[in-house]
Design a protein around this ligand. Structure first.
Ligand code: CP3
Length: 352
């Protein structure tokens, strides 16, 4: 006997395909769903692995990195699996002395031309474990989910390499951009090469989609974004192969930069909860797909409230050419796993 489930449920496309189609603005049965920072401290199984080793040790062991990347997928069945690593990891290949406590700490920040001259070497060795983890995740998943690789944007990497710990205002980098713009240009050029090399290595390892994190671009006006962060992002994109996987560009709090982000040339722009999602769709949703945009703290609410928030988000997202359901920023350690489950299931059920 056929099960009623088998009769009523359309056997939608494999999740990897759903993800890629939404990124390119092609029709899908429902939006694909994943969450930034979906592997992390909110999961007890992550904390158990984390107990025995440091964050960097976990990133540098391909078995552990692959296992931790797959933990949220095994629980919730997201359509995308982001590889467990960090945007700053590639910098270790260039002589940057990196640690986490839990935020990034850099022992030898770059603030002058001589510092910059020391920034040589290559990202490839430093991210080799990440690329090996991508291969292992892909071998396990096949088409069951898209594997997402990522890199830090030049401006955001520059913020961390110039100041440690980083201030909210990015005091050092923003100050330098007014006093010594040529130095900042050279730093951004170098970091654009690092980001591009990181992404190219991940493409070679089999990443299905790529996200660039420009977390700190929001401190720039649209004009200064074009002058610094945007110019450097275009350089990254120009260094990627023409047949590259879809690119998602994320900048937190970027309401004032939305058109400028779309102009950089990604397939998807990822926005946060500060902008009305329907307004974002109206402004750029015909040109790029949108990713986002629930407030991460909404996941602390009861299930029914999360379902209502997701329904509202999905309704607004229909105005965009494609929508990848996500939060507006990473999952916070204090979020209960049930909240993440309610979020993912609400999107999954929207296709039934
Ligand atoms: O999204 C994922 O699950 C993939 C893995 C991932 C991490 N960091 C793991 C991580 C990704 C994509 C990142 C990106 C990243 N790293 C960004 C851009 C995204 C963003 O959050 O804006 C930035 C700015 C960093 C730098 C960084 N790394 C910070 C500021 C911190 C501390 C933040 C915190 O939550 O305490 C990290 C550490 C870090 N990166 C952790 C994880 C899981 C916490 C590590 C731990 O102690 O277990």
């Amino acid at each position: 006997m056929e099960s009623p489930v088998g009769e009523t449920r359309r056997p939608g496309p494999a999740a990897r395909e759903r993800f890629l189609r939404a990124a390119r603005g092609q029709p899908v049965d429902r939006p694909p769903v994943w969450l930034m920072r979906q592997a992390g401290r909110y999961l007890p199984e992550y904390r158990r692995v984390r107990e025995g080793s440091s964050f960097l040790e976990m990133c540098r062991d391909p078995d552990t990195a692959a296992e931790v990347s797959l933990q949220p997928y095994r629980r919730f069945g997201m359509d995308g699996v982001v590889v467990f690593s960090d945007i700053l990891l590639p910098l270790a290949g260039l002589g940057i002395e990196l640690d986490f406590d839990p935020g990034p700490r850099i022992a030898n920040p770059i603030r002058s031309r001589p510092d910059l001259a020391n920034l040589d070497g290559s990202a490839a060795g430093a991210i080799a474990p990440t690329c090996e983890a991508i291969r292992r995740i892909k071998a396990e998943l096949g088409d069951a989910a898209a594997v997402i690789g990522f890199a830090g944007a030049p401006w955001t990497l520059a913020a961390y390499v110039t100041e440690s710990p980083l201030s909210r205002e990015l005091t050092t980098l923003v100050g330098l951009s007014y006093r010594e713009p040529a130095l900042v240009d050279r730093l951004l050029d170098r970091l654009a090469e690092v980001a591009a090399e990181t992404l190219c290595e991940q493409i070679a390892a089999g990443a299905d989609a790529l996200q660039i994190f420009d977390t700190w671009a929001d401190v720039l006006s649209p004009e200064r974004f074009e002058r610094f962060a945007g110019r450097a992002l275009r350089r990254v994109v120009s260094l990627l192969p023409a047949d590259r996987p879809p690119l998602i560009l994320f900048a937190r709090g970027s309401t004032h930069l939305l058109e400028a982000l779309a102009d950089v040339g990604p397939e998807v722009v990822s926005v946060d909860w500060r902008i009305d999602f329907a307004e974002a769709a109206r402004r750029v949703g015909g040109r790029v797909s949108l990713q986002g945009n629930l407030d991460p703290l909404a996941l602390t609410a009861p299930r029914e409230r999360i379902e209502a928030e997701v329904a509202a988000m999905l309704a607004k997202g229909r105005a965009a050419r494609g929508h990848i359901a996500n939060l507006g920023h990473g999952v916070l350690p204090s979020v209960p796993p049930e909240g993440v489950g309610a979020f993912v299931q609400a999107v999954q059920r929207s296709g039934e």
